[in-house]
Structure formats: C-alpha cells, structure tokens
Design a protein around this ligand. Structure first.
Ligand code: HEC
Length: 139
C-alpha cells in the first residue's frame, strides 16, 4: 500500500525535485532515505553494512514514548552520531559508528519521521529485551 502510494507520488506529483530542498514542507522522507541511507541500511533484515530500519524503528518505539521525542533523538544522532547516544550500542560494536551526514534539518526531520513510521511490532525487537535483536553471544 505504502509502496503504491509512493510510486504514484514519484510518477505524478514531483516533476522537478529540487536538490536544494528549499521547500521544507514537501521533503519526502522515503526519498531522502533512498538517496542517503539505503546504501548502508536495508529496510528489513538481512542487514547491509548497518542495522536494518524496521528493528531500529522498533527499538525507538521501545525507548521513546512519543514520535516527537523519537524524531528529536534521531535528528540529533544523525547530526552527530555518538556511541553513548546509540539506541543499540551492540550495533556500534558490530558495524562501527555511523558517519555524520551533511543533510539539512528539513531532510533529517523528514527522514526521521519516515523511519519512526516503519515500526512493525510483528517483526522482532518490539517487545521485551533483546527478542531477535543483536548478536547472540552465548559462551
Ligand atoms: C555509511 C553507512 C551509513 C549511512 C549512509 C547511514 N547510516 Fe545509519 N547507521 C550506520 C551504522 C553502521 C549504524 C549502527 C551504529 C550506530 O548506531 O552508529 C547506523 C545507525 C543508525 C541509527 C540508529 C541510531 C541510534 O539512535 O542508535 C539510525 C536511526 C540511522 N542509522 C539512521 C540513518 C538514516 C536516517 C540515514 C540516512 C539519512 C543513515 N542512517 C545513513 C551506517 C550508515
């Protein structure tokens, strides 16, 4: 459903996408993701070179009560990734710290909002600690 909607938007409503993203209100989070994040992040497992979006979004939903808080944390993380701020510290050890990206506030907010909405409780990590999450190191 979402995919179809997105395809329609791309086909019809965005004849000339401004690279400067001068029009904050019209920034499409999914498009920002496809251009700037999808090299490293897949949406669902298996991972590329970073944790996939859905388990991360689930993690955000566990950690933050409101979308506002989650988006604010994500935007500040994306501006300046910091191991101590990571919602998934194990991911930092596994994949290395994410590099900061040179994106404007409007793009960061749009992509963070899209990211938050990818939450899918049916897919691991949505409830309880560590269900289906992270590397299982059992010695
Ligand atoms: C060069 C590869 C790379 C790119 C490009 C990249 N990421 Fe990441 N990202 C990572 C890695 C590696 C991690 C896991 C380690 C960490 O948390 O720093 C990560 C972690 C994250 C996290 C978890 C942050 C937290 O709070 O713990 C989020 C959210 C995220 N990325 C979103 C994005 C978004 C949105 C984009 C595009 C605007 C993006 N990433 C682009 C590599 C990348």
């Amino acid at each position: 459903m979402k995919k179809i909607l997105y395809a329609c938007l791309v086909a019809g409503a965005v004849p000339a996408f401004s690279p400067a993203s001068a029009f904050a209100a019209t920034v499409d989070g999914a498009a920002v993701f496809n251009r700037n994040c999808s090299v490293c992040h897949s949406v669902s497992p298996p991972p590329k070179s970073a944790p996939p979006v859905i388990p991360l979004a689930n993690r955000y939903h566990m950690k933050f009560a409101t979308k506002e808080q989650g988006v604010a944390h994500m935007v500040s993380f994306l501006k300046k990734p910091d191991k101590n701020k990571a919602v998934e510290p194990q991911a930092v050890s596994r994949f290395g710290l994410m590099p900061a990206l040179a994106l404007g506030d409007a793009e960061l907010k749009a992509v963070a909002s899209w990211f938050w909405d990818q939450y899918n409780p049916a897919m691991g990590g949505g409830r309880g600690m560590g269900r289906g999450q992270g590397p299982c190191i059992n010695q």
